[in-house]
Design a protein around this ligand. Structure first.
Ligand code: NAD
Length: 439
């Protein structure tokens, strides 16, 4: 199959490289000339484990190439995937579909022969209808089917998620469209990746419902964490105790500083907006958004409490800036409101992140960056663990204690055990666990 991937970001590049690895002929298109130039030089513009080797081997096998010119790859393609960004629209929080519609217009003008145009971007219900309308308007004679194929990969585990998906959702009632997409995903039937066919609008809603549900699960356990702290329970044990129930499941029950990232915040906001546009109130999802926003802001106050309430003149070392480990993505990372809150309260902030510092400098220009975690904490009044990178999971506690000016650790990911930290003489605060182990 010949595939044109429009948009070569986290989703487009991973999907394009994986499709090429299945044996398809893939051209990744992006408007960003710098991105395409670096890909052509063999440089990967994002941090995603395993992606450099996957891209390299498929480029060498001549199954994968990169261009800024959309016309030729679209004309030759059996399927054109739209994988451009759908960020939150300024002002009302709805999904900004301008990139999707602009891509649809360009694609429409270049179509030749039967083509399936597939929205892989996360788009609100009804976007496929509008993409179809645009194509008919721009190119009335085009022989095209518009399908929805939402992407569920997680940054940091994107290649594995793409190659071993829990499910592949294909939204189109058109038989020719279903056939092309079945052929494209056929290599995954070996991995038993179940293909689910449904209507386009249903497929679009599945993606938002999935993200809203996961965001709800995280927010639920975060609120239970707050209660655990007050009543002297351990939220991790609570999570384990409920997660072992198959009806609940153990994933997405890790208490922390609130969800962030490139998807959950914007997708939950967009789902609420879609519901409002249809006179439906999604009160649970609305509450999730409110609780999560408050939580992210509350984390700076938690740090202030740990250092004796006043942050003025104190130096705080932040370890981990990206919204999760194994990515350089800083979009809506909880570290941003945390650091901003610390600065607002008069602290000096220094930070380390294994992969996200270049991105972070754009969001957080007023802090000091260090290439090494121990150099970062040197002389600080407290260390705050924000992202659970593997590099932070076994820090040398004696060295840490000797390096910090004051032995205060705020662990927002519950990496360490309160007993160990107490034995090393730290003042240790975590999430949803009493500072002192109780009975
Ligand atoms: P991204 O911002 O990393 O990449 C989007 C790319 O599209 C950019 O490189 C941009 O230059 C390019 N682009 C925009 N308009 C274009 C056009 N007309 N022609 C060619 N290129 C164009 O975004 P992303 O994180 O890859 O997300 C893409 C979509 O996938 C979003 O809808 C997102 O919600 C969804 N999604 C993302 C993830 C994730 O983990 N990042 C997971 C599942 C779904």
């Amino acid at each position: 199959m010949r595939i044109a991937m429009i948009g070569t970001g986290y989703v487009g590049l991973v999907s394009g490289a994986c499709f090429a690895d299945f044996g398809h002929q893939v051209t990744c298109v992006d408007k960003d000339e710098g991105k395409i130039a670096s890909l052509r030089r063999g440089e990967i513009p994002i941090f995603e484990p395993g992606l450099d080797a996957l891209v390299d081997s498929n480029v060498k096998a001549r199954r994968l190439d990169f261009t800024t010119e959309l016309k030729a790859p679209v004309a030759e393609a059996d399927a054109v995937f739209i994988a451009v960004g759908t960020p939150s629209r300024r002002g009302d929080g709805h999904a900004d579909l301008s990139y999707v519609y602009a891509a649809a217009r360009e694609i429409a003008g270049a179509l030749a022969g039967f083509t399936v145009v597939v929205t892989k971007s996360t788009v609100p219900v009804g976007t496929g209808d509008e993409v179809e309308r645009i194509i008919r308007e721009v190119n009335p004679s085009a022989d095209a089917v518009v399908a929805s194929n939402p992407e569920f990969l997680r940054e940091g585990a994107a290649i594995r998620d793409f190659k071993f998906p829990d499910r592949i959702v294909i939204g189109t009632l058109d038989e020719r469209g279903r056939k092309v997409l079945s052929d494209i995903y056929r290599p995954l039937s070996l991995n038993q990746g179940p293909l689910m066919f449904t209507q386009r609008r249903t497929a679009e809603l599945i993606k938002y419902a999935a993200n809203a549900f996961l965001a709800t699960k995280i927010t639920f356990i975060n609120e239970i964490a707050d209660l655990s702290e007050k009543v002297g329970a351990d939220v991790q044990e609570v999570a384990r105790g409920i997660g072992l129930d198959n009806r609940i499941g153990s994933k997405f029950l890790h208490a922390g500083p609130g969800f962030g990232g490139s998807c959950f915040p914007k997708d939950t906001r967009a789902l609420v907006k879609t519901a409002q546009d249809h006179d439906v109130q999604l009160r649970i999802v609305e509450a999730v958004l409110g609780v999560n926003d408050n939580r992210k802001r509350a984390m700076a106050r938690k740090v202030a409490t740990a250092v004796g309430n006043s942050l003025r003149g104190k130096t705080i070392a932040v370890l981990g800036l990206t919204f999760k480990p194994d990515t350089d993505d800083m979009r809506e990372a909880p570290s941003i409101p945390l650091v901003t809150g610390l600065l607002d309260m008069g602290a000096k902030v220094r930070a380390h992140d294994p992969a996200g510092m270049e991105q972070a400098k754009k969001e957080l220009p007023d802090i000091e960056y260090f290439d090494d975690p121990y150099a970062c904490v040197n002389g600080a009044d407290a260390m705050v663990l924000v992202t659970e990178w593997v590099q932070y999971r076994a820090l040398d506690l004696d060295r840490l204690k000797a390096t910090l000016a004051r032995p205060v650790v705020v662990d927002l990911r519950n990496i360490y055990r309160a007993e160990d930290m107490a034995a090393h003489g730290f003042v240790y605060e975590s999430v949803g666990r009493a500072s002192e182990p109780k009975v």
